[in-house]
Design a protein around this ligand. Structure first.
Ligand SMILES: [Zn+2]
Length: 200
């Protein structure tokens, strides 16, 4: 017999019920919906999750191992999560382009403010989806480009990075089949109307 709950034993095994029984449940964090949402991409969400938890191996974190790593985009002596997202002049330039006017005004370079504003969902439903998508795609690509500079010494201008992020977002929006879904209908149009002046 398999346990499905308190005093609930059945013939069938349920990995869902078993996992719920053996884990230590905790309150949902406020930023849960920022990172995990149906239109998100797991590959990007993992990196956004690491960034939110400040677990990316930034210069500030690897300093504990005796390694010095300044910002590879601007030379700032201490490369922290908050600097990379988006206090750095290079990444802030990318963020401005990627986010367009989804916030309704210029994005704040401060990490905590950015996360709070996206969590608060100040915008409409479609804009909120696009904002969360922009957030996780930008985090992923900035981290990949940062690693390319560190390990392969490949540097690319911010405009090229913007185009890559833009293309990825467009592909993801298309793959949602927004035009068949009443809840997502108008997603692409909303994106066109709120994005920055990016040439593709
Ligand atoms: Zn920098």
């Amino acid at each position: 017999m398999w346990k499905h709950g308190q005093d609930d034993f059945r013939d069938s095994f349920s990995s869902n019920k078993t996992w719920s029984l053996i884990r230590d449940p905790r309150e949902n964090v406020a930023w849960y919906c920022v990172n995990w949402f149906p239109q998100g991409v797991p590959r990007f969400a993992i990196f956004a999750w690491l960034a939110i938890k400040d677990r990316l191996s930034t210069g500030a974190r690897i300093r504990n191992w005796g390694l010095m790593q300044p910002c590879l985009f601007c030379g700032e002596p201490v490369e922290t999560r908050d600097h990379l997202y988006f206090a750095c002049p290079y990444t802030y330039t990318v963020w401005i382009e990627v986010v367009g006017n989804l916030f309704g005004d210029a994005p704040d370079p401060d990490w905590e403010t950015t996360l709070e504003r996206i969590t608060a969902r100040e915008t409409g439903r479609l804009s909120a989806i696009l904002l969360r998508l922009a957030f996780q795609v930008a985090i992923y690509y900035i981290w990949i480009k940062r690693n390319n500079r560190r390990h392969n010494h490949i540097s690319k201008p911010a405009s090229q990075l913007c185009r890559e992020i833009d293309k990825t977002k467009r592909n993801r929006i298309l793959s949602t089949k927004y035009y068949e879904s009443p809840k997502l209908y108008g997603l692409m149009q909303c994106w066109f109307s709120t994005r920055g002046a990016i040439i593709v």
